[in-house]
Design a protein around this ligand. Structure first.
Ligand code: SF4
Length: 688
């Protein structure tokens, strides 16, 4: 028996832990620690520990499938490529749209972006960052000039105060939670703000149990207290920021008096005062946030408010500080960096900038040019267009995404997908979306290919091939290149390996320009921006100046607005959604991992003990949860850990999908849906 260890990067959350895949006789069979990674130092959470289990699942797709008379039939690659190429060629450019993937590599996403803009010549390309951190990209870019986590994971341990808002860090980014505990062990105060007392909250020194969606109100109230008490960092504001007067004018309004803020957020006034004081006076406060901040119709406002309070207190550009957006998926940062967005090419070079458009057109050398320099549809807008303007978009090519579970208001999504003329899904499993496809293309998973992914801290790390893909499955960029070749664009996709793709990315992307596979192979890899071959990378952004034209951060007064749908007499509870330690996103991979699935094999709805008593609902009882958009049957978990009036459902489970209930209300700038707040009612299921 031959055994080897192949070091790679975890395919689950955005932390970017490394481990060794244990390969026995050519088959991945286990995970073993890799001690040299500075991110996780050999430690793993349960998802990383069992990241081998889905790889050789008997449910992996092994052959291309074409739907004939309503049923999938296995076909050869030649037949599948011929059908896909002919159909793709039959549409006008903007009748096509592409969804790239936060789960696949940078090389795969770059290939999809080049395919969309160069082969299909469509402006419509997006991916699921739209659903999780689009507000981070838009919000932070607007105020700091860079839409990414400002600091690195390791320096969270240097914080003197950690303010966690809208992030269940210990369950969803456990190896970042470890750094929070290191900070606590070093004497830092931990403040936790969330409607649920999660395992993260249980480690906090101060817990603010607020109503979902009142983030701006709370942060404005804290800023009013900071200014009233003279705790703001006057030197930082003076030297490093613009817009202080605008910010001050808003936050000093009576609307944000301690009394008003306490009423609106549901947090006792004393706790808000203590939070403001600890935050401002610590000397180094780090904000950690995740989708509790971003998934709102005020997502961009929420993100900018986090930036406001950090600029007000001078907590940027140093270890232990920063606005730390914790990205949920392994490569959501990278997919954005690769331009799998409707407004930018790689490295956030704008498609509406003719110089940038020309640069890509010249480099790619498509004989018939590339897509026009116009912004395309976001995935959420795309679903609305499919639903409301049938025939405008006819063809959709999806790589490694599952909108039939991940997107808001699933009845709406199903209606939209029915209006497609041609759907191609490229995936490792026949997920809920793939079942609707005309053609399904079998892809290799992370363990079966070389490539790179970019973690939440902008660290670009390697995937390394540990086994061959099952059956006839292939790497994503290779499939994309094969389709391009079948459509007559072989020269533009003539890469022989993933390193060729990466070198092309680096040649066109200033923030990746200094990166090579050789440099990334080191355990610490590199953080972008890394603009030249001798640049050491940039673990902490904004050290001396921000990425704005004048180098200054932009403070802005942000008025508080309620969520799109508030509880009322018909739907009296506020529903919020989230994730579990044991499952990941739409469950495509974790639900095929027996060790993870065993722990939490189905979904649940958390109901406050008093609310449950009033509804006559008992713990473990099957109940009906209903919103204006749909209903599900789901098991009740009665607990004191959730705020009265608020309910919670994890969104991983198809059989009781939280997104049957959520609302398709969008942030006006980022077009992110308000998955964190809608109105529901819960009913007992009558016994028969
Ligand atoms: Fe993987 Fe995230 Fe767990 Fe690390 S913390 S092992 S990256 S799921």
């Amino acid at each position: 028996m031959e055994m080897k260890y192949i070091q790679t990067t975890c395919p689950y959350c955005g932390t970017g832990c490394s481990f060794n895949l244990v390969v026995l006789d050519g088959k991945v069979s286990g995970v073993a620690p890799y001690q040299r990674s500075p991110v996780n130092e050999g430690k793993l959470c349960p998802k990383g520990t069992y990241a081998h289990e889905f790889v050789n699942s008997p449910e992996r797709l092994t052959k291309p499938l074409i739907k004939k008379d309503g049923a999938f039939v296995e076909v050869s690659w030649d037949e599948a490529l011929k059908v896909v190429a002919e159909k793709f060629k039959s549409y006008k450019p903007d009748e096509c749209a592409c969804l790239a993937s936060a789960r696949t590599s940078n090389e795969d996403n770059y290939a999809m972006m080049k395919f969309a803009r160069g082969v299909l010549k469509t402006k419509h390309i997006d991916h699921c960052a739209r659903l999780c951190h689009a507000s981070t990209v838009a919000g932070l870019a607007n105020i700091f000039g860079s839409g990414a986590m400002t600091n690195s994971i390791g320096d969270i341990a240097d914080a003197k105060c950690v303010f966690i808002i809208g992030s269940n860090t210990f369950e969803n980014h456990p190896l970042i939670g470890r750094r929070v505990m290191e900070a606590k062990a070093n004497g830092a105060k931990i403040i936790y703000v969330d409607p649920r007392l999660t395992p993260t909250g249980k480690q906090a020194d101060l817990y603010l149990q607020f109503y979902s969606g009142t983030d701006v109100c709370l942060l404005n109230g804290m800023m009013q207290l900071i200014i009233k008490n003279g705790w703001e960092n006057k030197e930082f504001i003076q030297n490093r920021c613009n817009g202080y007067d605008d910010l001050k004018k808003e936050v000093m309004k009576d609307d944000y008096s301690l009394e008003n803020v306490s009423i609106i957020t549901g947090v006792p006034a004393e706790k808000i005062k203590t939070a403001a004081e600890w935050f401002a006076k610590s000397g180094a406060t780090a904000i950690l946030y995740s989708m509790g901040i971003t998934q709102h119709t005020t997502g961009v406002d929420n993100v900018k408010s986090c930036g406001n309070i950090q600029m007000l207190t001078g907590n940027l550009g140093r270890p232990g500080t920063g606005v730390n957006a914790l990205r949920g998926q392994n490569n959501v940062q990278g997919a954005c960096d690769m331009g799998a967005l409707p407004v930018v090419y790689t490295g956030y070079q704008k498609v509406i900038d003719e110089t940038a458009r020309k640069k890509f057109e010249d480099a790619w050398k498509f004989p018939d040019g590339i897509a026009k320099g116009e912004n395309g549809y976001e995935v959420t807008t795309l679903m609305n267009v499919l639903s409301d303007k049938p025939g405008e978009i006819k063809c959709l090519y999806i790589m490694g995404e599952n909108p039939m579970i991940s997107d808001p208001d699933l009845n709406h999504v199903a209606h939209s997908m029915k209006n497609l003329d041609f759907l191609v899904v490229q995936d490792i499993f026949l997920n809920e979306t793939a079942k609707l496809a005309n053609v399904v293309l079998p892809a290799a998973c992370y363990a079966e290919k070389n490539g790179t992914q970019t973690s939440t801290e902008r660290r670009v790390q390697m995937w390394r091939k540990a086994q061959n893909p099952p059956g006839e499955a292939k790497g994503d960029w290779e499939i994309i290149a094969s389709i391009a070749k079948a459509m007559g664009y072989g020269n533009q996709f003539a890469w022989s390996n993933s390193e060729d793709v990466f070198n092309e990315i680096a040649s066109l992307t200033p923030s990746y320009a200094g990166m090579t596979y050789q440099r990334l192979a080191k355990p610490e890899a590199l953080h972008w921006p890394c603009p030249s071959k001798d640049h050491p990378g940039t673990p902490i952004l904004h050290g001396e100046k921000f990425g704005m034209p004048d180098g200054k951060g932009l403070m802005t007064g942000i008025p508080f607005k309620y969520q799109a749908e508030r509880p009322d007499k018909d739907y009296p509870f506020l529903l919020t959604t989230g994730r579990s330690l044991w499952q990941w996103h739409t469950g495509t991979m974790t639900r095929r991992s027996k060790s993870l699935e065993r722990e939490e094999p189905t979904g649940w709805i958390e109901i406050n003990t008093e609310d449950a008593k009033n509804l006559d609902i008992k713990n473990g009882e099957l109940v009906k949860a209903v919103s204006r958009r749909g209903e599900i049957k789901i098991t009740a978990r009665v607990t004191d850990n959730i705020k009265k009036g608020v309910m919670f459902i994890p969104f991983h489970y198809a059989e009781c999908a939280a997104n049957m209930l959520t609302i398709n209300a969008l942030d006006p700038i980022a077009k992110i849906p308000e998955s964190k707040a809608c109105a529901v009612k819960v009913e007992k299921i009558a016994e028969v």
